[in-house]
Design a protein. Structure first.
Length: 279
């Protein structure tokens, strides 16, 4: 009888190449972590080019939001990235990113730092390094004022309820693990959570404090649903190119400086985020 492969793995004669391929992948990952930027290399490059490359998510209300009509960038990290550039004596060069693209953008050195309220998640910490937190936020629900299905936090995890999250945000794994009865609906461009909600294809979408506050300020249809007690409070920090310890230390010093000298307080007040400033 001829030996046959099974659903449990490759045939015996193919396992050695598979192991070699896996080992090669591991070496490549280690090289990305430890070899792409030596100690001080990022700061040296910033000084020599006169620019700091800052990854942003341009759809993040209150954090880094680009007006589609004017192209103007607003939000707390739009302001604080300018402050960082001033401290370094260089200009800012923005690089559009997103939460799904965050890790490859940093590991492949497309930017020097991600400044768009990046949640400090254990799975991200396996590949990235973070500054101390400067903000922290719980998860909130947003629905329409006319929605009869979801009117309170207790209504969210019920049979038949469609719960949207932005794909790649920290809300996705949290809600996937939490929901027992409702259906999770990850949303990604070109669709948006608001469009899906207004079209009636979802009943509620989950977001954080910055996005929910800006949405309430700019629309008359939104209804905010807050958890009755702390649900999943997450600290936010800045994520630099991970292999350069000196660059991380400089960014961490920047966060300490803006906490001490009032720039963080001022920027958070300008964008309605005073309630979530980290100590």
């Amino acid at each position: 009888m001829r030996p046959s492969s099974t659903c449990f793995g490759a045939p015996p004669q193919r396992r050695a190449p598979a192991r070699l391929a896996a080992f090669a992948g591991l070496l490549l990952s280690l090289a990305q972590w430890s070899g792409s930027a030596g100690a001080g290399e990022v700061l040296d490059r910033i000084a020599s080019t006169g620019a700091i490359r800052v990854c942003i998510w341009p759809d993040y209300y209150g954090i880094t939001f680009r007006d589609a009509r004017t192209g103007r960038l607003t939000g707390i990290d739009a302001e604080l990235s300018v402050e960082l550039a001033k401290d370094l004596g260089v200009r800012v060069q923005y690089v559009d990113s997103s939460f799904p693209r965050l890790i490859p953008d940093l590991l492949e050195s497309r930017c020097d730092v991600a400044m768009f309220a990046v949640g400090i998640l254990p799975q991200r910490q396996k590949q990235l390094r973070f500054t101390q937190p400067y903000l922290s936020s719980d998860i909130y629900g947003v629905t329409t004022k006319s929605n009869q299905t979801v009117q309170s936090w207790a209504d969210i995890d019920q049979p038949g309820v469609q719960v949207a999250v932005q794909r790649g945000t920290f809300m996705e794994p949290v809600m996937r693990e939490t929901l027992r009865h409702a259906r999770l609906v990850p949303i990604e461009p070109p669709q948006s959570r608001e469009k899906e909600l207004m079209a009636g294809r979802v009943d509620v979408f989950m977001t954080d404090y910055p996005y929910s506050r800006r949405l309430l300020d700019s629309s008359d249809w939104a209804h905010l649903i807050a958890p009755l007690k702390p649900f999943h409070v997450l600290p936010y920090g800045y994520a630099p190119s991970p292999a350069d310890a000196r660059w991380l230390a400089r960014l961490d010093q920047f966060v300490s400086d803006i906490k001490r000298d009032g720039r963080l307080t001022r920027a958070s007040r300008n964008n309605g985020l005073s309630a979530i400033v980290a100590p």
